[in-house]
Design a protein around this ligand. Structure first.
Ligand SMILES: [Zn+2]
Length: 165
């Protein structure tokens, strides 16, 4: 949530506290819980403002039931966005919501996080630029960085050049 003012965060926290939902549901495959954060209401402009402040989520709708006013749904599906929003509004919401947020964040932390491949280089390891570095990328399924690709090419070239006995 970059470039947000305290007033904007206060606005978002107020809407989430008053009208929002924070819930947990088991993830498909059962490897943990998924945080659901959103707001259902008839005022589309309020949801658009929330979406803009949070820089996250999608608005769905209108959902029409009988003669009631159409309802719009702002929902933050991306877990990282949901966590960022919950952490940001936490100090500003009431005790009941605070407990929900604590539950949600605890469940999120308990979930085994899938390790992202390093976009460049080998995290916590200075092995890049060697054949071993190339092999490490390969083993982890991470993109092979330029230094390691060069090292691997050099290694293969050297092997090819080795004179036969
Ligand atoms: Zn590398």
């Amino acid at each position: 949530m970059p470039h947000t003012s305290p007033a904007q965060i206060g606005y978002l926290a107020g809407i989430l506290d008053g009208e929002g939902y924070i819930s947990l549901k088991p993830s498909r495959g059962g490897s943990g819980m998924i945080i659901r954060v959103g707001v259902n209401m008839t005022d589309l402009d309020v949801l658009e403002r929330c979406q803009e402040i949070a820089g996250a989520g999608v608005i769905a709708g209108p959902r029409i039931r009988g003669t009631n006013k159409p309802i719009w749904i702002w929902n933050i599906n991306h877990q990282r966005d949901a966590v960022a929003v919950l952490m940001t509004v936490y100090p500003l919401v009431g005790a009941r919501r605070k407990r929900r947020i604590e539950e949600a964040l605890a469940a999120w932390k308990a979930k085994p996080q899938r390790k992202k491949p390093e976009p460049w280089g080998i995290a916590g390891n200075n092995g890049c630029g060697t054949y071993a570095g190339w092999a490490t990328h390969h083993r982890r399924g991470s993109p092979i960085c330029a230094a390691c690709r060069d090292a691997a090419n050099e290694y293969r070239r050297a092997r090819r050049k080795r004179p036969a006995r």
